[in-house]
Design a protein around this ligand. Structure first.
Ligand code: VG1
Ligand code: CO
Length: 543
């Protein structure tokens, strides 16, 4: 039976950030909070009446309840079918693929990505469109507007669907198809890469460790790496998704995936290591005694793309987000292909991918992907690296050394100051923004500032303009410092400082990035008064 529920008052804080609506689990547990957002989505998304929707999440606390609510609200709004995955387990890239394969009107992915989960952690709702990618700002703005005046929502009262067993169910006239969320993704990966060749590598004394961080990639990685590609049992660590990710912070970087990092950077046992985040779209790549910076990873994949069957004919072009290092630009130039610079967030790659202008793209925040889906894809990047290693038969460190020898090295680091008081963070940001025009021609870290602005992007496909995407200080030698406020945090504000400096192949290619960037680090700390204004002596996370 259809039920109409009136809200006491509309919610005023349902503005999606860089990647969906992300709030604490407690906020999502307020009566009607999830329902309000979902109602606005169903009122805004084109094609709901009679359409097919893909639904799943990263398995965090709240996943099952949200699936139940969204199914019943979907029935109330006239969807003809919802495709749900067993246990509600569905990675973000796998969801993107399913939307495309099944010609769905879009998908709802329940995840706060790399943020911790559990009753005291975060929850999130991402909405993807018919192309499989994150919906653009025009959509999320419309959803936010709708929530601000929402008076009521509709839902069907029905018994919960047994999503643990594949099969066909129904709620009223709406069909619910429960499928295994891993199958289609594995089939896609088998089309893109030469699995026989990767299997030979893995069987040839190539011990590897993959850390699923108790999050969504566990079942995907176990199937791909252990069952299909023959890695020994146990190669996939923390492979069972848990509602609280085992109490961890499922963010694959040197701070939060430190157990894996120690195994590879200090130990001798493994030749390759990788980890993915909560919802499976991020990746970290490690070799023995070697950390691959994500910006460099995109450049290496671009330079070696033709070893993978899917990219054997070459690349149409590449793209990176503005704060991502320019390592890929140099490779693109050498290959004679276009390289686009977009704002932070995967939604900005969608038009370029749909228009066939780019084949690969990536972000410094451990995100890499291609035109095979419309999301970044953690396991895709892992398989791509394995494909390159299977072809080259050398170590990860050797690949990096050769790459820098050929293209020069972009020393790069990101300093995050997390959970800063919101006023302090905004004060710092606006003061720095005001100083930018006066910086041009001045000296910064011993070099002259050639330009300084707040990044603005004009989409080359639809001409839409997105302003205020991050402060940039560009130096005469090509070095850059960028400052942004995060759009994914839930506690206070997070200040991100990005640093990049180029050394040509004739220069010193073997420095510690923190040392190579030291003068720029102290220059920005001083200019932006980071210590005084945040009260923090050092960043919370350095990558
Ligand atoms: C962060 C990253 C950004 C990424 C976004 C979503 O955003 O910097 O590059 O696209 O997270 O990633 P922000 O606004 O906090 O800097 V995920 O893995 O949440 O889907
Ligand atoms: Co993610």
């Amino acid at each position: 039976t259809l039920r109409l529920v009136r809200l006491d008052a509309p919610f005023t804080d349902q503005k999606p950030g860089t990647s969906g609506l992300r709030k604490s689990s407690q906020q999502f547990e307020q009566a009607n909070y999830l329902e309000s957002f979902v109602e606005a989505v169903f009122r805004t998304l084109p094609g709901v009446q009679g359409g097919t929707l893909v639904l799943g999440g990263d398995g965090r606390y709240g996943n099952r309840r949200a699936i139940d609510v969204i199914l019943r609200m979907g029935a109330a709004h006239g969807l003809s079918k919802v495709i749900v995955t067993t246990g509600g387990i569905l990675s973000t890239p796998a969801a993107s693929n399913l939307i495309r394969q099944r010609q769905a009107i879009g998908g709802i992915i329940l995840s706060a990505s790399h943020n911790p989960g559990g009753p005291n952690g975060d929850f999130g709702v991402k909405v993807n469109g018919a192309n499989g990618g994150p919906t653009p700002a025009s959509f999320t703005d419309a959803v936010f507007e709708c929530t601000k005046t929402l008076e009521q929502y509709t839902i069907v009262d029905a018994a919960a669907i047994a999503i643990d067993t594949p099969g066909s169910y129904s709620i009223g006239a709406m069909q619910v198809e429960v499928i295994d969320g891993v199958d289609d993704f594995v089939a896609l990966m088998q089309q893109l890469f030469d699995f026989d060749r990767i299997r030979e590598l893995i069987r040839s004394d190539f011990p590897l460790a993959f850390d699923a961080m108790h999050a969504v990639t566990g079942p995907y990685a176990t199937r791909l790496l252990e069952e299909i590609l023959g890695a020994p049992a146990g190669s996939v660590r923390n492979g069972v998704p848990l509602e609280d990710f085992g109490g961890g912070h499922p963010d694959p970087n040197l701070t939060y995936a430190h157990e894996l990092a120690e195994l590879l950077l200090d130990g001798e046992e493994f030749r390759f290591g990788a980890a993915c985040d909560g919802d499976g779209d991020r990746n970290m790549i490690l070799g023995q005694h070697c950390f691959v910076n994500p910006s460099d990873s995109l450049a290496v994949l671009t330079a070696n793309a033709t070893v993978a069957p899917a990219y054997a004919d070459g690349l149409a072009g590449v793209a990176r987000s503005m704060p991502t290092s320019s390592a890929v630009d140099v490779v693109a130039k050498e290959l004679g292909i276009d390289c686009y610079e977009t704002p932070t967030g995967w939604k900005f790659f969608g038009n370029l991918l749909d228009a066939g202008k780019i084949t690969l793209c990536g972000e410094e925040s451990f995100g890499t992907g291609s035109n095979h889906v419309r999301e970044k894809d953690g396991l895709w990047a892992v398989l791509f690296w394995l494909q390159i290693l299977a072809e080259r038969r050398c170590s990860v460190a050797e690949i990096m050394a050769e790459h820098w020898k050929r293209f020069g090295r972009h020393y790069y680091s990101r300093h995050d100051y997390e959970a800063v008081a919101s006023d302090a963070a905004h004060g710092l940001f606006h003061r720095l923004e005001g100083m930018l025009p006066g910086l041009v021609g001045q000296s910064f870290a011993g070099r002259s500032v050639s330009a300084a602005d707040n990044f603005s992007y004009t989409d080359p496909v639809d001409g839409s303009v997105t302003k205020g995407q991050g402060l940039r200080i560009l130096l005469e030698d090509g070095s850059r410092v960028m400052v942004r406020l995060s759009g994914t945090g839930t506690k206070g504000a997070t200040i991100r400082v990005y640093l990049e400096s180029y050394v040509p192949s004739s220069g010193d290619l073997n420095q510690d990035p923190q040392v190579a960037l030291a003068d720029m680090i102290s220059a920005i700390n001083e200019l932006a008064e980071i210590k005084q204004r945040t009260g923090m002596d050092r960043p919370t996370v350095i990558t």
